[in-house]
Design a protein around this ligand. Structure first.
Ligand code: 13P
Ligand code: SF4
Length: 302
């Protein structure tokens, strides 16, 4: 039996679904029941009726699924698939920051540990960060951990944004020169970039979008060519869903090694051995769920 058949068999046996982020390897995306951005994956994790969720993404995504669906078994095929940006903030550091700005609300990007979500008023993703910030009554917002997303939001709100100094190492590999070079070669192409990119890259974009936002926009735009400023895994769906259009990575070096750890083999192992089960301690889970639920109520922005 080949790997794909074995995964199908195990999914049936265990009443499992596979959720995959848009940056996963192409073959992993192809066997998933749902592929999406952080917002879409949180929604699916909250609403699906399967008993087991195999989460093909990184640690904070599986944790969010465990927070939203405590009765389901959430499995991570590769425990070392961890987001380095999420590790750039801790609850202790956030508490200190809150002490400095007692009147500020705390918005945490979903790329954070559960313990940081538990210290925050509301979560956001790249799809709804502006909408989430504007939904709050407070005029001052501590925004953690991504400084680039914070600056992007600051440019689209009247509120005072206090950024944390975190960043995504993969998106920082995309440089303004990469965009300018590709633009010279493809002058008609539209430039779509993720808000985790550096501000000087964001400044060169025609559109700044979440991964799912890019997929939607590429589908409806009249352009035939696009320069894509995000992790290269997104090109798989962009090309599959728009075979008549051309997608050029801003740089082929924008690869997230953590996202790429999950393989068909590790999914099989995960389902066969029921590992690695992701659980969040109940006191943290309950508080973190408030922040995630509030975000889901606000809805997506693009
Ligand atoms: P989105 O797919 O939500 O835009 O997130 C990007 C990301 O970096 C996830 O790790
Ligand atoms: Fe984290 Fe960046 Fe990888 Fe997303 S692409 S998981 S933000 S390191």
């Amino acid at each position: 039996m080949d790997e794909i058949e074995r995964i199908k068999q195990l999914k049936k046996e265990k009443n499992a679904i596979i959720l995959a982020h848009n940056y996963q390897r192409g073959d992993v995306q192809d066997i998933a029941d749902f592929v999406g951005d952080s917002f879409g994956l949180s929604q699916k994790a909250a609403s699906h009726t399967a008993s087991v969720i195999v989460f093909c993404g990184v640690d904070f995504m599986a944790e969010s699924a465990a927070i939203l669906s405590p009765k389901k078994t959430v499995l991570m095929p590769e425990l070392l698939a961890q987001c380095p940006m999420a590790a750039m903030i801790t609850p202790e550091l956030l508490r200190k920051e809150k002490g400095k700005y007692p009147d500020a609300a705390v918005v945490c990007y979903v790329n954070t540990p559960a313990s940081v979500k538990a210290e925050s008023d509301i979560c956001c993703t790249s799809a709804n960060a502006i909408k989430v910030v504007n939904s709050l009554a407070e005029d001052e917002i501590i925004f953690v951990p991504d400084k680039n997303l914070a600056l992007y939001v600051a440019a689209h709100t009247n509120k005072k944004i206090i950024p944390w100094n975190g960043y995504c190492p993969t998106h920082h590999l995309i440089l303004p020169g990469d965009i300018l070079l590709e633009k010279e070669e493809h002058p008609e192409a539209e430039v779509l970039v993720h808000p985790e990119c550096r501000p000087d890259v964001v400044a060169l974009a025609d559109k700044v979008l979440s991964t799912e936002g890019m997929l939607k926009y590429a589908g409806i735009s009249n352009s035939r060519e696009f320069i894509i400023g995000t992790e290269v895994g997104l090109l798989h769906r962009l090309r599959k869903e728009n075979p008549e259009k051309t997608f050029i990575p801003a740089t082929p070096y924008a690869v997230c090694p953590n996202m790429k750890m999950n393989t068909l083999q590790s999914i099989i192992r995960s389902l066969e051995r029921n590992e690695h089960v992701i659980k969040v301690p109940e006191d943290i889970r309950a508080k973190a769920k408030v922040a995630l639920d509030r975000m889901l109520e606000v809805g997506r922005g693009d």
